[in-house]
Design a protein around this ligand. Sequence first.
Ligand code: ZN
Length: 316
Amino acid sequence: MKTTTRTPFYQHTLSGPVHFVGRGLHNGKPVSMTLLPAETDTGYVFERLDAEPGQQLVPARWHAVTDTRLSTTISNGYGVSVSTIEHLTAALTACGVDNCRILLDGPEVPIMDGSAKAFMERIQAEGLLVQQRERKALVVTNPVWVYERNRYAGFLPCPRPWFDVTIEFESAAIGKQNYSMPLTEHMFDSNIAEARTFGFEDQLATLQALGLAQGGSLRNAILVDGDRVVNEDGLRYEDEFVRHKLLDAVGDLSLAGVPIYGRFVGHCSGHHLNNRLLRSLMHNVSYWRLTTVREATEQWGCMIDDSTYEEMLESI
Ligand SMILES: [Zn+2]
């Protein structure tokens, strides 16, 4: 880190450019991407350099999500889109970057090794600059849930950003897994950042017929065949699958545009339900209030303990 004066109460941006080259997971094409510092209150804004002048900006916001099949795609009013943004936005969020311009010469963020590790490492190596404006916070004040058959996702009031994710798959390679943690840079870096995306052998042909997963390989994804992990090197963690789902949730929910002071609970949730939850939250202004991280931290400490969470979860 170049910067040592970081504070949770103020916005941050990168101290300089960070460059990546790679391939898109779904379109398989080479792409070059540069992260640049941005002004206060910019948020994350993609710029498609290969699009027509005047149509290049694609802000990464919840209402701009246009496709959630396997990854999160955002689009602007001209139909210019950027896909598979969630691992990058997760890394930016976990590193404490509030404002960033993201220049791309193609329609998809490079997949790297299927995790957020490379993004995290290079953002941390470049370092952050503190900016002269307070960091805002969206404080969840009432529980909010969205459902889809046996899947659900929700937010509970919580004094700080927290992620609680459960998955259940028939494959014995995965089974039922849960991971729950407060979102901090250290927790994300040491437990989540390296968890890779995953897919199933029996769905690969269907996906590729749809034009998806064209760039997928054992170098950037875990492949599951029945009850077996195909990758020769195996898994990075025994529960790598649920850790990756938590990574995805951090990236998807960062599209709120400000940190969410609430506890995300996801049961078999994915990009689609994550976005539905954000839309539901944003459209119901009685479920939250907008304040600053300083005020949220000062006002919310010790108001909710673990037993209250258990009661709330049992009431679902
Ligand atoms: Zn993912």
